[in-house]
Design a protein around this ligand. Structure first.
Ligand SMILES: Cc1cc2nc3c(=O)[nH]c(=O)nc-3n(C[C@H](O)[C@H](O)[C@H](O)COP(=O)(O)OP(=O)(O)OC[C@H]3O[C@@H](n4cnc5c(N)ncnc54)[C@H](O)[C@@H]3O)c2cc1C
Length: 462
């Protein structure tokens, strides 16, 4: 039990009393222990919630949720708080459910290539554990050192290797989640094939903690890849970027595992403080990774690309460190923050529309702002572009102006306002542009069926 002096007014609430009574010591944090926590990566505000529950097992999670459900108490699941759409934001009256103490890798099966993990395990720890067992867990993204697998699954994260391995959804065989009323749904399937009825795990993948709290998962690993030749290529036009994608994807026969594009202004920014691996005059820079391919084969394809006029220049990483250095450039989005407040976007659209679209966004920004900066990059092989846009301020008017510049041409082209980050609160006003009324009505019916009291991450998505 906590000392009286440690209790704020919040703790006198019956729901908090009940939680403190039911859960082991150390499970509940209160007051400043919660409000001093950051509200998320790259944010300078703090959590508004004053109570945080951190269960150590699925049974404790179930107990906590049952108490919250009985008290009609809204809760917000949180993993590593690297989400970029305000999905983990809290209100003062809400209670955080953190997976920070569900942080064990329970089992690795080398022969079956599976891993059983708790939801709070950090993605990088999973990658490293897989590598130690001579396996590979293919999910990879810039937030790998802080994001949790539970958050990855709840947002159906994409990342760098979607072109080859799909999104987080494609890397999970089984899942355990706790419903709003505390019911445990344990679907810890280990088979690749299992069509016996509804695939219940899909309810919790990409639904951002609105239908259940993920507690454990069976992950699908792959055989370790001994080589992953990596190179950076400069390209003269977007048409050639598209042709290069076709050339490499075809030539690498399934080994192309990343096709990341940096527009010139992003490349110039991230190479400012070090010698750039390639001269900076090209409009596009493509980072290629070919897991499992022979380096010599990639080099042959590059030579063919030069001959066909698709490539201006290229550098092939000669060591593990050089690979990491090339990826570090691509991941260095935080450099854009030196231009003041930055609005981040994550959109998807057809490859053939991308060039027209990016120039429409830039025109829209220039029409609305004096000196806008739009640093552009993306998982272009998957039709996914990110913008980091600075317009000198971050008033509501600035935000609405930037969103109009980004979303108006996107919607006209049939693109999506969220490629991989989810909806959270940030994209909620735009959901109806990309989902029909019938689709949103069905989402609401699903929510009503699983969480009739609306306690799980209320107000997020729709
Ligand atoms: C540098 C950087 C690079 C990034 N790159 C990518 C990228 O390439 N691709 C990509 O898709 N994303 C990317 N992201 C976004 C982010 O990392 C992902 O959204 C990640 O999957 C979130 O995981 P998390 O543990 O931090 O979740 P959180 O931020 O804590 O939560 C995200 C959402 O999931 C819910 N949630 C969290 N845990 C659970 C759980 N156990 N059960 C149910 N709901 C839960 C939360 O309520 C919230 O709605 C990047 C972020 C950063 C900072």
């Amino acid at each position: 039990m906590l000392k009286d002096t440690e209790r704020s007014a919040q703790t006198k609430r019956p729901v908090v009393e009940a939680l403190i009574e039911a859960l082991p010591e150390g499970s509940i944090l209160l007051g400043p222990d919660v409000t001093q926590r950051s509200a998320g990566i790259w944010r300078d505000d703090h959590l508004l919630a004053e109570v945080l529950i951190r269960p150590q097992s699925t049974a404790e999670m179930s107990q906590a949720l049952r108490i919250c459900y009985d008290h009609h108490q809204p809760v917000v699941p949180q993993g590593g708080l690297t989400g970029l759409v305000e999905g983990g934001l809290t209100r003062p009256s809400e209670i955080v459910i953190s997976t920070e103490r569900l942080n064990h890798i329970e089992e690795i099966s080398v022969s079956e290539r599976t891993m059983v993990v708790q939801a709070g395990v950090i993605l990088q720890s999973i990658q490293e554990a897989a590598a130690k067992a001579s396996l590979m867990f293919p999910l990879d993204l810039g937030g790998r050192g802080s994001c949790t697998i539970g958050g990855n699954l709840a947002t159906n994260a994409g990342g760098n290797r979607v072109i080859r391995y799909g999104m987080a959804r494609d890397m999970v065989l089984g899942l355990e989640a706790v419903l709003a009323d505390g019911t445990i749904i344990s679907s810890m399937n280990r088979m690749i094939k299992n069509n016996a009825g509804y695939d219940l795990k899909q309810w919790f993948l990409g639904t951002e903690g609105t239908l259940g709290v993920i507690t454990r998962a069976v992950l699908r690993c792959r055989e370790e890849v001994t080589a992953a030749p990596t190179c950076l290529i400069s390209v003269e036009s977007f048409e050639q970027v598209i042709a290069l994608l076709k050339h490499l994807d075809r030539g690498l026969s399934g080994h192309l595992s990343a096709f990341e594009v940096m527009w010139q202004n992003f490349y110039q920014l991230v190479t400012r403080s070090s010698a750039p691996p390639l001269a900076e005059e090209a409009p596009y820079y493509v980072l290629i990774e070919a897991m499992g391919a022979e380096s010599a084969h990639l080099e042959t394809l590059l030579a063919q690309g030069f001959d066909a006029g698709l490539i201006m220049d290229a550098v092939v990483a000669q060591s593990e460190q050089q690979c990491l250095d090339l990826w570090a450039l691509r991941d260095d989005v935080a450099q854009t923050f030196q231009f003041g407040p930055v609005f981040l976007f994550d959109v998807s659209l057809r490859l053939n529309d991308m060039e027209t679209y990016v120039s429409a966004v830039n025109t829209g920004l220039k029409d609305r702002f004096d000196d806008p900066k739009n640093f552009t990059l993306g998982h272009v092989g998957d039709g996914n572009i990110h913008f980091a846009i600075a317009v000198g301020g971050d008033t509501l008017e600035d935000r609405l102006g930037v969103e109009a510049a980004v979303y108006e041409p996107l919607i006209a082209l049939g693109g999506s306002v969220s490629a991989e980050h989810g909806v959270g609160l940030e994209k909620k006003p735009y959901l109806h542009f990309v989902r029909s009324e019938a689709e949103i009505a069905l989402m609401r019916r699903m929510k009503q069926a699983l969480d009739p009291r609306g306690i799980l991450n209320p107000g997020k998505i729709f």
